[in-house]
Write a protein that binds this ligand. Structure first.
Ligand code: SAH
Length: 465
């Protein structure tokens, strides 16, 4: 299946910066059950076209090794050719950064609506060409959708359920990608994996800024979430609130950091950090421990090694992170693994099942949340879960000048929403402690530089009531 995206905004080859794919190269990426190829059939100053070709292996699909929840059970189907949910997933994999609207060197252009044309030759549309118009026109696209005959040789067989779709309009590239990401599976109406709560988050995130006002938002939510009523209701209620999506599910968090923290040191900073956290937890006598925002589970490994921790729960909002963590423990002996549970949960919501633990860790997590979301995290961790001990670590931005490879003013990781000075961290921590009856103390992690302090700052909160 094929999708092309064309711009005539000059210099048109800047499209390469927006998509983070060089116009001079053909690149391939493995995606669920196949390969996605990105190349530029045209790359001139006046016009530039990027093509995404998705090559699905139908056998692999059915075997479902990459996508266990895949539900089609026959080997012959339209999946390799029709641009439905799989193309949407490929878009979000291959153009993830572009979809998030980030283009480091060309941010202004990424934030600008530019003339775009999109062509998808075979969109499965349960609802025909009319539905395509109903979905894309309210968003400001000119829609040319032609229903293809089932077989041109036999017109009497009637129309196929596919349309040849051409869209043109002036949009930010990120918006265009997000429109496609949501609406292609909606047209297809046959999403090929189980709907989970995470899909609600994805829908809300991709729909930010346009779905709440869309006249067909109910149909879109219903079909995207495959008629799962509770989810649909939840999504619609959240759209009604028309606020930012809460979890901001941070898939990005697993990306490579901008700077490898202290690569030359004999003990890497990340190792020192985990060591400090484990030491604090042991000193506190904690037995049942939460690793909140556990990511790929590096700390969970260290916690499992200490038998004094009898129950360990890794919590993360990102299912990708949890998958990585789960894989890490695939070969762990069962009696060890029995002490570990992985849970998907958003720390910005109160989750009653997190109450009653001895300790919680927020290691390098708070800086991944937008600052206005911190009060929600504070409420759920210090107000509701209320473990006796909470350990929080976060970068000390003052130390950034000591990283020779980190450009001035840049944060250590592309997904960091903020990096605080020691004073800023302390101001936040003192406030939290006071509001929730904890006392707080601070420990340096890594070399405590006399001028700029340690690379990582760590706070230990202990409940006083
Ligand atoms: N603690 C791990 C991972 C840090 S990266 C480590 O130090 O290696 C930050 C993690 O926090 C990511 O895995 C991200 O998915 C998670 N996260 C961010 N916001 C979250 C939220 N609102 N709820 C739960 N987890 C969140």
């Amino acid at each position: 299946m094929l999708l092309t995206l064309t711009t005539t905004h000059r210099p048109a080859t800047d499209l390469g910066y927006l998509l983070h794919k060089h116009p001079g190269k053909a690149q391939s990426f493995p995606v669920a059950a196949g390969m996605a190829h990105v190349f530029y059939p045209t790359a001139g100053q006046d016009e530039c076209t990027a093509a995404l070709l998705l090559d699905i292996d139908p056998v692999e699909l059915v075997r479902g090794r990459h996508d266990r929840a895949f539900t089609l059970n026959q080997y012959v189907n339209d999946r390799p050719y029709a641009a439905g949910s799989m193309l949407a997933v490929a878009l979000s994999t291959v153009f993830k950064t572009a979809m998030n609207g980030v283009a480091k060197s060309h941010q202004e252009l990424a934030d600008t609506a530019i003339p775009l044309r999109i062509h998808v030759p075979a969109v499965p549309s349960r609802g025909g060409a009319d539905l395509v118009a109903q979905l894309f026109e309210p968003l400001g696209w000119d829609v040319d959708a032609r229903t293809a005959p089932l077989d041109p040789q036999f017109p009497e067989w009637g129309d196929s359920p596919y349309v040849d779709l051409r869209l043109s309009g002036t949009h930010r590239v990120s918006d265009a990608l997000r429109h496609l990401y949501v609406l292609l599976p909606v047209l297809d109406n046959a999403k090929h994996y189980w709907v989970t709560e995470e899909e609600v988050t994805k829908l809300l995130r991709a729909g930010e800024g346009w779905l709440a006002d869309h006249p067909s938002r109910e149909l879109i939510s219903r079909r995207y979430l495959k008629h799962r009523k509770a989810y649909v209701r939840f999504a619609l209620s959240r759209l009604a609130e028309a606020e930012e999506t809460d979890e901001d599910a941070l898939d990005n968090a697993l990306d490579e950091p901008v700077v490898a923290e202290e690569p030359d040191r004999p003990v890497p900073l990340a190792t020192q950090r985990r060591g400090s956290v484990v030491a604090v937890l042991k000193a506190a006598g904690a037995k049942r421990v939460l690793d909140l925002g556990c990511g790929g589970g590096a700390l969970l490994t260290d916690l499992l090694k200490e038998t004094s921790f009898t129950e360990i729960v890794g919590v993360d909002v990102s299912s990708r992170a949890l998958e990585v963590a789960a894989r890490r423990f695939e070969r762990t002996p069962e009696r060890v693994r029995d002490r570990l549970t992985l849970r998907q949960s958003a720390l910005t919501y109160v989750d009653q099942s997190l109450a009653g633990y001895d300790a919680a860790v927020l290691m390098e997590v708070i800086e991944h949340l937008d600052e206005p979301r911190l009060p929600a995290l504070e409420r759920s961790v210090f107000g509701a879960a209320r473990p006796a001990t909470v350990v929080v670590t976060t970068p000390n931005v003052e130390y950034n000048v000591r990283f020779p490879t980190l450009p001035a003013g840049r944060m250590r990781h592309t997904d960091h929403r903020f990096e605080w000075t020691r004073a800023q961290f302390r101001a936040w921590a003192e406030g939290v402690a006071e509001r929730h009856d904890y006392r707080v103390r601070y420990l340096p992690v890594g070399q405590d530089d006399p001028e700029v302090g340690p690379p990582t700052q760590l706070a230990v909160f202990e409940v006083t009531r």
